[in-house]
Structure formats: structure tokens, C-alpha cells
Design a binder for this molecule. Structure first.
Ligand code: AMP
Ligand code: MG
Length: 323
């Protein structure tokens, strides 16, 4: 997945035990990477993409099927703001080239890419069907891109493996997609997560207290982008218009799992502050922290996190509590 993972346990866990758990995390994530990577020709996702438009469904692992089911659920709930078939648009905007520079796409190229994007054209074998699981992309030139959900998913799978192995207190962090269990130290009640201030290196926007067994994820416009005519364009694309999303610098989501937090952070980023209500209504316990790109930036925190978010002193005046 092109990134690194951090795994934390309380000191009392002991070095040997920690090492064992850490190997389990790594092993689980390696398995998921082998299933989901676009860079491995034999992965489920590469084989699905290569077969796009053919009449024969592609056989995939149960776990891949489970993840695609979750992705389609968020796609439907978000009215297509989240779309796992966004790959043609990522290529169009130059995110899959090695140079990371691009030109603005022509209207014709944009229309052609949009024609090949659409979660309704991803079909899965029924959950109740006898194994093996399968999936199909119905249109030639379609492609899956699970960059907005796969990291959260593999964090959840690692947590399940850890729990099954008897681990009770830990934090798994894959590039800002995290899930916590138990507590960080005997005298500390809960894991507290500091959220990076994207505008000032080595500073924080604030800190959030996670409940036991919660996921958290951040989507941002500041780490992955292409520059066209001197303007930065973020790697989060609105699948309805085909355009890179503007309006937010970062968005952190806390949810009941890392998968949900990951997918929702991308979906809510696309929907923007005003478009959040319907999707959040599907996820009652889920909360969001927005940093807008207004001048000066505004820090907006939704109801589920009002009691659990503490802004850094520098951000106190920018903070607004919203529904
Ligand atoms: P994240 O950092 O979790 O917000 O995910 C961003 C990544 O998700 C991008 O690099 C793309 O791989 C993919 N992506 C971009 N736009 C969308 C979208 N609207 N829906 C789903 N995935 C997307
Ligand atoms: Mg995401």
C-alpha cells in the first residue's frame, strides 16, 4: 500500500509479546495487500480490472468481496460521492503517472472518463451464494481504486487478528487510519489521538479521545496532489463532476470501525460541510472535524465529537461546534 504502519501497546505488554503481535499485524496487512494491490498483476483487484467489460465474473477472496460490499454501501449512502470505480478519473488527472504533473483534461477526455465511472456497474455475487465469491465490472475501461477504504479495512482486519490472539490494549496506525482497543497505559482511561495541523509543521489542530474499539481517519488535500498551471489539485475527485474537490484542507472522521472512518472521511470530503447531513444520518455515532480552506481557515466539529475534541490553543478561536 506504499506506506508504513505503526503499532503501539502499553509497556506492560512486554517486548516479546509486542513483537509477536506486531508480526501478526504485518502478516495480515501483507495478505490484504496481495489481494487489493493495483501493482500486483495477480491480485483480486488487478484481475477484476483486467476483466472489465467481459461477460465472465472474476473469482475473488471472501475478504475482497466483503470490502467491495462495504464500498458499495457507502457509495449508495453518499449518492455516489464515494465511488470505488474512480480509477479512470485518477488516471485522467495524472495521479497514476510517475511524474505527478499534468495538463487540464479536455472536455472530451473528461466525458470519456466519466462514462467509465459508476459504482452501479460493479456487480457482486450475492452474499448468500455458495462459494466462491465473484465480482464483475460491467463496462470496458472501468477500474476499481480502493485507495479511499483499503487502508482502514486492513487496520480492522489486523485488529480482529490481534483480538483473536488475545491482545487487549493496542493502537494500529496505517498512514493515519487508526483503530484502538483498551488503553495505552494502566493509569490512562483511553487512547488520545492528536490531529496534525496541516498548515504548521509539528503543530496540532487538537486532540480527540477515542472510545474503546473505535476507528479514526483523516483525508487531506496537502499530501497527495498534482500541480497544473501552478495550481494544486487534490487526489480526492468528485465522481459526479470528475473534478478534484476544493473547499477543505483536512477532514478527520471518528467511526465505529477503521473501514467506516476511512471511507467516510473521503465521502464527506467530497460532500463538503453543507452536504454532510444525509450521510451522517446513516452513521449516528460518527463524528467529523473539518478544516476549511477559507481565509482564515475554520475548524468545524460535529455533534458526536463536541465533548471529546480539545482544540490546540492556537485553534481555539477558529473552532465552531456544528450539528
Ligand atoms: P483518502 O486519503 O482515504 O481520502 O483516499 C483518497 C484516495 O481515494 C485517492 O488517492 C484515490 O485513490 C481514491 N479516491 C479519490 N476520490 C475518490 C472518491 N470520490 N471515492 C472513492 N475513492 C476516491
Ligand atoms: Mg478514506
Amino acid at each position: 500500500m506504499g506506506t508504513s504502519v505503526a503499532f503501539s501497546t502499553p509497556a506492560a505488554t512486554g517486548k516479546e509479546q509486542h513483537h509477536q503481535f506486531q508480526q501478526l499485524v504485518f502478516h495480515t496487512m501483507q495478505e490484504d495487500n496481495d489481494r487489493l494491490s493495483c501493482f500486483l498483476a495477480e491480485s483480486d483487484i488487478s484481475r477484476l480490472n483486467a476483466a472489465a467489460g467481459s461477460d465472465t465474473p472474476t473469482v475473488i477472496d471472501r475478504e475482497t468481496h466483503e470490502l467491495l460490499t462495504l464500498a458499495l454501501k457507502i457509495a449508495a449512502e453518499s449518492g455516489g460521492a464515494f465511488d470505488p470505480t474512480v480509477a479512470p478519473l485518477m488516471h485522467l488527472w495524472g495521479f497514476r503517472s510517475s511524474t505527478r504533473t499534468a495538463d487540464y483534461p479536455t472536455p472530451e477526455a473528461l466525458a470519456a472518463a466519466l462514462d467509465r465511472v459508476g459504482w452501479q456497474h460493479l456487480t457482486l455475487s450475492p452474499a448468500t451464494a455458495a462459494p466462491p465469491c465473484s465480482a464483475a465490472l460491467q463496462l470496458t475501461g472501468m477500474g476499481l481504486d480502493l485507495g479511499a477504504i483499503a487502508k482502514g479495512y486492513t487496520v480492522d482486519r489486523a485488529c480482529e487478528a490481534l483480538l483473536a490472539a488475545g491482545a487487549t490494549d493496542f493502537l494500529v496506525n496505517l498512514a493515519g487510519n487508526m483503530r484502538s482497543h483498551g488503553r495505552p497505559a494502566p493509569k490512562r482511561a483511553a487512547w488520545r489521538i492528536a490531529i496534525r495541523d496541516p498548515l504548521h509543521d509539528d503543530h496540532w489542530l487538537g486532540a480527540i479521545t477515542l472510545a474503546a474499539n473505535e476507528g479514526i481517519a483523516t483525508s487531506g488535500n496537502y499530501e497527495q496532489y498534482v500541480v497544473i498551471d501552478g495550481v494544486r489539485h487534490t487526489h480526492i475527485i468528485d465522481p459526479r463532476s470528475g473534478m478534484p474537490v476544493t473547499g477543505l484542507i483536512s477532514l478527520t472522521v471518528v467511526a465505529s470501525s477503521a473501514t467506516e472512518a476511512d471511507a467516510l472521511s473521503t465521502a464527506l470530503f467530497v460532500l463538503g460541510v453543507d452536504g454532510r447531513h444525509e450521510l451522517l444520518a446513516h452513521h449516528p455515532g460518527c463524528g467529523a472535524i473539518y478544516l476549511t480552506d477559507a481565509t482564515p481557515p475554520r475548524l468545524l466539529v460535529t455533534a458526536a465529537l463536541h465533548q471529546r475534541f480539545t482544540p490546540a490553543p492556537a485553534w481555539q478561536t477558529a473552532l465552531t461546534l456544528i450539528e
